[in-house]
Ligand binder design. Structure first.
Ligand code: CP3
Length: 358
């Protein structure tokens, strides 16, 4: 399938945007800024809209998902929307029995722990992404020249939920499985890669201008396990979108030891968590990779002068990379005062970018 004639990548609506040009490695007059989890509980308008609707139902209602995606763009003036959905949505659409428990996260009716469990997973080609495509199309039409980022969970992070059956601190069952039963592990990661690839492609064909692959729980892996037993499947997840030539961001938490292999799976941009200063991240990547990050979410609740100094330090360190998109080092905490986020956007637009380099 090719891009529809009205796709922003073909009609150029977002091609000159600060986000897309920066993701392509060109440092412009403005450092673009958006926040992981910018949509959601930090916004009163989100909490109001969500009353009486379960998380996954909200994601699968195209009008609601689109409205929630637009809320932080309107309020904060960020340089991108990120489509409101969840990494478990493609699992659900493929037929896996999964729910999101408020305050806890994704929970599965039946964890996947053996080769037989893996063989019993539904056919990834059976997933119907119509609701996602409609939600993306509505959002892209409303955003105009502001780009929309599509996203998906990387195979390891999805597998961590599938094997554990829910959130976990150390993902020990998943890490055991990769060694105890390599055949089941490879089958599971291949399955997750197929589902993720289809979810990404659906969002991009419907009009998203960039993609972010979240390998949120990659920090629980050794480097050897990441390189040998995980990275090949992340690469496979990106294959279905290779021909679309959209910029791809790859983000993980606690990823300091695996930044280079995360880049090598086929990412254009590496998202860095709050632990590693951006100049050090850039050094570990050989100096030639565009970075995204990495304001510490904990500082959002600190007094403004403390946060301001930290944001300026992040901008300064980001100059050691060819180009930099400012973001948090992980998602917006739900208790965050949204006015603080708006203030960061103003600060970054004022003080970031090529013009401020002297
Ligand atoms: O604004 C955005 O960033 C887009 C929306 C988005 C959500 N989930 C909405 C959501 C994105 C990009 C995700 C991805 C996601 N989901 C990840 C990867 C990113 C990361 O944070 O590391 C992961 C690991 C998940 C799994 C998941 N879903 C968790 C851990 C939770 C939080 C549980 C809780 O209640 O604290 C969810 C639920 C979820 N996904 C919420 C939102 C807004 C909260 C549900 C609600 O508002 O009722």
């Amino acid at each position: 399938m090719t891009l529809p004639a009205t796709h922003p990548l073909l009609d150029g609506r977002t091609a000159a945007s600060a986000l897309v040009t920066t993701y392509r490695g060109v440092r412009g007059d403005r450092t673009p800024v958006w926040f992981m989890r910018q949509a959601g509980r930090s916004l009163p308008e989100y909490r109001e809209l969500r009353v009486g609707t379960r998380m996954l139902d909200a994601c699968l209602d195209p009008a609601m998902a689109s409205e929630i995606t637009l809320q932080p763009v309107r309020r904060h003036g960020v340089d991108a929307g990120i489509f409101f959905s969840d990494i478990v949505i493609p699992l659900k659409l493929a037929g896996v029995d999964v729910e999101i428990e408020p305050g806890r996260g994704p929970v599965l009716a039946k964890p996947v722990r053996t080769l037989a469990d893996v063989s019993a997973l539904p056919d990834p080609d059976g997933a119907d992404f119509t609701a996602i495509e409609q939600g993306v199309a509505l959002t892209v039409a409303a955003l105009g020249s502001t780009p929309l980022i599509g996203f998906a969970g990387a195979p390891f992070t999805l597998a961590a939920y599938l094997v554990e059956g829910g959130p976990s601190k150390d993902h020990i069952r998943a890490r055991t499985l990769m060694h105890a039963d390599p055949e089941a592990w490879e089958g599971l990661l291949s399955w997750a890669a197929a589902v993720t690839g289809r979810f990404l492609r659906a969002q991009l064909l419907a009009g998203a201008s960039a993609a972010q692959l979240f390998d949120s729980w990659v920090g629980s892996l050794s480097k050897a396990d990441y390189v040998e037993r995980v990275a090949p499947f992340s690469k496979k997840a990106l294959e279905p979108i290779r021909d679309l030539d959209v910029p791809v961001v790859h983000f993980g938490v606690g990823s300091g030891e695996v930044l280079a292999p995360m880049h090598e799976v086929g990412a254009d941009v590496v998202g860095v968590d709050w632990r590693l200063p951006l100049d050090e991240a850039s050094r570990r990547l050989g100096g030639g990779v565009t970075l995204q990050g990495n304001v510490d979410p904990a500082l959002l609740a600190a007094p403004w002068p403390v946060l301001e100094a930290h944001v300026l330090d992040v901008l300064r360190r980001g100059r050691s990379a060819p180009a930099h998109v400012l973001n948090l080092g992980h998602g917006v905490p739900p208790e965050t005062d949204p006015d603080v986020l708006t203030r960061i956007v103003e600060l970054v637009h004022e003080r970031g970018g090529a013009a401020a380099e002297e």
